[in-house]
Design a protein around this ligand. Structure first.
Ligand code: SAM
Length: 254
């Protein structure tokens, strides 16, 4: 095992995840670019394309961190709907340090007092401040695998969505192609922690991130969880991105 993360107990996971994102918050955005060679940007753009929001959509972006999904969503709606755009987004995250970076960026991007973006501290497993059937769309990008009880996250998403609403998850997946998997494993276990050490001075947090990816259920199993929570899947329920390194899962509350 690496640094003992593989044996982390369930009751310790929330604390561990808390310290990981406290450690990485200020370097989070630049690290994503470093580690993925910028590809996370394409995946996130594709998430918004898949979501295909209408002009009045009220989005809840959970585990929204520094706002990457929220800003893309707002840019998209502004560009596509112009003056008819009344879309808005609430970013929920459990980690105040990540939200602080998000708020700073929101000022920098000119959204701070737009009335279109709101930041809220909260737990994806128990969204106490979000009412039943109150949002049109729910996104969670690279967040759900950090949660202790994935099933609770999915059922909370179901609860807060309006009928007709859409649940969309962007998450790392399992790579099936053996050749690609060989390269990907080498990169994940050898290169990423070293980049973490050099750029953020923190190999262990990135080691955790790599290991959390391997523990998350493979695409068919996660799609089945979404279906079991009551969502209606479209087709098989997910789309692989970059050989399944990431995947977009989606379901409708009908
Ligand atoms: N969605 C952003 C993105 O794609 O850039 C941030 C993803 S980041 C890898 C994961 C985020 O999940 C962190 O900001 C972390 O604080 C948050 N998080 C972890 N557990 C959570 C929970 N139980 N509820 C809400 N947010 C959580």
């Amino acid at each position: 095992t690496h640094f003992g993360y593989k044996t982390v107990r369930e009751e310790d996971k929330e604390q561990l995840v808390g310290s990981v994102f406290r450690n990485v918050a200020s370097k989070y955005d630049v690290m994503n670019d470093f580690m993925s060679g910028g590809v996370h940007r394409l995946w996130k753009d594709h998430l918004i394309q898949t979501l295909n929001p209408g002009p009045n959509v009220k989005l809840l972006d959970v585990a929204g961190g520094t706002g990457d999904i929220a800003f893309r969503f707002l840019d998209y709606c502004k560009k596509v709907y112009g003056a008819n755009n009344t879309a808005s987004v609430t970013v929920v995250d459990i980690n105040p340090a990540m939200l602080e970076v998000g708020k700073e960026r929101s000022k920098r991007f000119g959204f701070a007092d737009s009335g279109k973006i709101f930041f809220q501290e909260g737990n994806a497993e128990n969204l106490v401040n979000i009412e039943d059937a109150s949002v049109d769309a729910y996104t969670i990008a690279f967040g759900i695998r950090n949660c202790t009880h994935v099933d609770r996250v999915v059922s909370e998403a179901y609860r807060v969505l309006k009928p007709g609403g859409r649940f969309t998850v962007l998450e790392f997946g399992q790579v099936e192609n053996p050749l690609v998997k060989g390269i990907y494993d080498l990169y994940s276990f050898q290169v990423i922690p070293r980049i973490g050490q050099i750029v953020a001075g923190d190999a262990e947090s990135y080691q955790y991130l790599v290991e959390s990816i391997r523990k998350f259920p493979p695409q068919p199993k996660f799609a089945a969880m979404i279906k079991n929570a009551g969502f209606t899947l479209v087709g098989q329920g997910w789309e692989d991105l970059t050989f399944g390194v990431a995947a977009i899962h989606t379901g409708f509350k009908v």
